[in-house]
Design a binder for this molecule. Structure first.
Ligand code: HEM
Length: 457
């Protein structure tokens, strides 16, 4: 029987629901089941939450920021609140290491490649404007037809079924196929790309604590699973230098990077590809999966959006706010003593920015837990962060979400929760269930023939 209500079996969770500050632990096993209850407690009692000894250097502390004004203050000012990855790249650059030497030291392709490309905040802007924006930022609109085709092909596979496992049959493969096409990898290699993507996000799924740390066994496993990734990219770089196509890797092989007045080297290109695969797969998967859940939980909303597509953008933005895929990241360090809501945060402290908590801060969003399609300033959430380091792939992800729902709304009459859900979340810092069975009703009167066109804002 289909239902609009989640019957979460909390006995399956290793953690009890917190009722007071003493119970709050955002990083414990099973904490994902109760994050939103914890945010209400933190907003009320401890919006600047100290984790003793949790900092980067020995003896320093970490602070979890949950208020919208605190999180935005931090991300808008990278000179006052340094970005951890930029600090690491700067250290490697100051040691005079080449990207290849940096890679030998760190085994982190993304950071190593940045040693020559963007060790400063100024170069970060240029890097982004010249190298990634044309494909996943403002230039992402070029992918509209391609994304629409993939969404329709995936839906074709199960539209006649009564029930579908939505993650494996739609939310997961869509961003994988899209990213393979953006980069210029052949369709038959999507499973390889998916495996590498899973390996790259291991710290965010299997890492522990606020620094997402892997055990040495897990780190070894991650390295093993990534074997072949770099060589695979290099093979494509060689092929595309010889025979350029209309894709991002061909573009990166050819472009002259103005900031340095030269073309990119193989390792520099590989670092950008690494960043796209790391950032561009699971995040959008979770967004789509949680959006499906919100539609199941709000009777009538699917029908409302079907009739009035002008509300679709409000829906995806509200869903991003209410169910942020990336709940928090420990990516900033204070350069001087700071005070947040009267709490002293010494220079050199690590800041864990809790984007998802900031999104349900009642001081910023009235009735924060309501999904309100008429909310004023609907894009003020910080799901993609904000300010100069805002997620570079936000435009691509938003486009994928709007096209995906445009196609689903065109060709389905309704979706509801199906049988066999337990709604348990995966571990780690991202919000996503492990499976999601939904019941679907194919439309006898499909709209716009599955183009999703009426939906794109
Ligand atoms: C719903 C989907 C997504 C969410 C929720 C998300 C969220 C975020 C957040 C919160 C950050 C940190 C920003 C900061 O430190 O201030 C980030 C950074 C990043 N994202 Fe996304 N992202 C998404 C999709 C994507 C996509 C589709 C791509 C690639 C096409 C991507 C690539 C990246 C990269 C490369 C960074 C690091 C940028 C840097 O070095 O500062 N993301 N993202």
């Amino acid at each position: 029987m289909s239902t609009n209500v989640r019957h979460v079996n909390h006995d399956l969770s290793p953690m009890r629901c917190p009722v007071s500050l003493e119970d709050v632990d955002l990083f414990a096993d099973g904490s994902q089941e109760h994050w939103y209850e914890a945010y209400e407690i933190l907003h009320r009692s401890e919006p600047v939450y100290r984790i003793e000894g949790g900092g980067i250097s020995a003896g320093s502390d970490a602070f979890v920021l949950t208020r919208h004004d605190d999180v935005t203050t931090v991300v808008r000012d990278p000179s006052r609140f340094r970005v951890v990855s930029t600090m690491r790249v700067r250290e490697l650059a100051d040691r005079g290491l080449t990207p290849e030497e940096a890679y030998a030291t760190t085994r982190n392709l993304m950071q190593a490649s940045m040693v020559s490309l963007r060790p400063t905040q100024e170069l970060y802007f240029q890097h982004r404007r010249e190298l990634t924006d044309p494909w996943v930022g403002v230039g992402a609109l070029r992918h509209r037809e391609m994304i629409t085709r993939h969404a329709n092909e995936l839906l074709d596979e199960w539209i006649d079924d009564d029930q579908v496992e939505f993650i494996s049959r739609f939310a997961r493969p869509l961003p994988q196929r899209v990213m393979a096409d953006v980069l210029g990898f052949p369709r038959q290699d999507v499973t390889l790309l998916a495996d590498w993507g899973d390996a790259l996000v291991m710290p965010f799924v299997h890492g522990s604590g606020l620094k997402h740390e892997l055990t040495s066994e897990q780190a070894h496993e991650m390295g093993r699973r990534l074997e072949g990734f770099q060589d695979y990219i290099y093979e494509h770089v060689v092929a595309k230098r010889a025979d350029p196509q209309d894709d991002m890797i061909s573009f990166l092989c050819d472009v002259t990077y103005d900031a340095l007045g030269r073309k990119l080297t193989d390792i520099e290109i590989a670092g950008i590809v690494h960043a796209m695969v790391l950032g561009g797969l699971e995040t959008t998967q979770y967004a789509l999966e949680e959006q499906a859940q919100l539609l199941c939980e709000h009777p009538g909303m699917f029908e409302q959006l079907r009739i009035d597509r002008t509300k679709l953008r409000s829906f995806t933005e509200e869903a991003l706010r209410l169910r942020a895929p990336t709940h928090g990241l420990s990516t900033r360090v204070t350069t001087r003593d700071e005070a947040f809501h009267g709490v002293l945060v010494p220079a050199g402290s690590l800041l864990h920015l809790r984007f998802a908590a900031a999104n349900v801060d009642g001081d910023e969003f009235p009735c924060p837990f309501d999904l309100d399609l008429d909310r004023k300033g609907i894009g003020r959430h910080v799901t993609f962060s904000t300010g100069p380091r805002v997620c570079p792939g936000a435009t691509l992800s938003r486009l994928e979400q709007q096209i995906a729902w445009g196609v689903l709304l065109d060709r389905l009459d309704s979706i509801d929760y199906g049988d066999g859900n337990d709604w348990m979340h995966q571990p780690g810092i991202m919000l996503g269930t492990l499976k999601l069975n939904i019941r679907v009703r194919k439309s006898s009167n499909p709209l716009s023939a599955g183009t999703g066109r009426s939906s794109i804002a």
